[in-house]
Design a protein. Structure first.
Lengths: 108, 116
């Protein structure tokens, strides 16, 4: 079946760097997206990788390796407001499959 | 303001009573989709639409219907709701990129549905 695996929880300290991994097993893979969701809110788009390599958007970066079916989201200079759930999502044509999400706790 | 709107935001209903959750976007997006979110399961796609009059099933379509008669609207219909459809529902929209990828989706605020 099609699936995306990510850790359920990650804890890090304010100002640190954290990496959230995502391994996928999907058919018709086009690319890997990342979304952030705060408690009570809607998911918001963070980043997308269609090609292998690193994409940087401010404090957030995302990486993809198609040969390893693996990607990660890197958050630098962590802030308390980064405490949220993070989802990787595979886009295969028009169908979208999300991972179960990683809950990030940022401690002072 | 560019946005996706959903109504109602909260709904408590009884088993078997037909209901419709509306979704509208003002960004001229071709692609629209419905998801349900349950604890520990992430977001699961119910139905999606590539354009007007073109829809297809996602991973969990059973018990749901959709229609896309206008580009901006994509209502979700539960003909006979059951308690296992109690969930948080999100509508999303996006442009369609190269080769059909819909990778940057904009989400509505969500509809919390409880079926008793």
């Amino acid at each position: 079946g099609q699936s995306l695996e990510q850790p359920s929880e990650v804890t890090a300290v304010e100002g640190a760097i954290v990496q959230i991994n995502c391994t996928y097993q999907t058919s018709g893979f086009y690319g890997l997206s990342w979304y952030q969701q705060h408690d009570g809110g809607a998911p918001t788009f963070l980043s997308y990788n269609a090609l292998d390599g690193l994409e940087e958007t401010g404090r957030f970066s995302s990486f993809l390796s198609r040969s390893d079916s693996y990607g990660y989201l890197l958050l630098q200079e962590l802030q308390m407001k980064d405490s949220a759930s993070y989802f990787c999502a595979s886009t295969g044509g028009f169908k979208t499959i999300f991972g179960a999400g990683t809950r990030l706790f940022v401690k002072a | 303001e560019a946005q996706v709107t959903q109504n109602p935001r909260y709904l408590i209903t009884v088993t078997g009573k037909k209901l419709t959750v509306t979704c509208s976007q003002n960004m001229n997006h071709e692609y629209m989709s419905w998801y349900r979110q349950d604890p520990g399961l992430g977001l699961r796609q119910i139905y999606y639409s590539m354009n007007v009059e073109v829809t297809d099933k996602g991973d969990v379509p059973e018990g749901y219907k959709v229609s896309r008669k206008e580009k901006r609207n994509f209502p979700l219909i539960l003909e006979s709701p059951s308690p296992n459809q109690t969930s948080l529902y999100f509508c999303a929209s996006s442009f369609v990129a190269v080769a059909g990828a819909s990778y940057e989706q904009y989400f509505g605020p969500g509809t919390r549905l409880t079926v008793t």
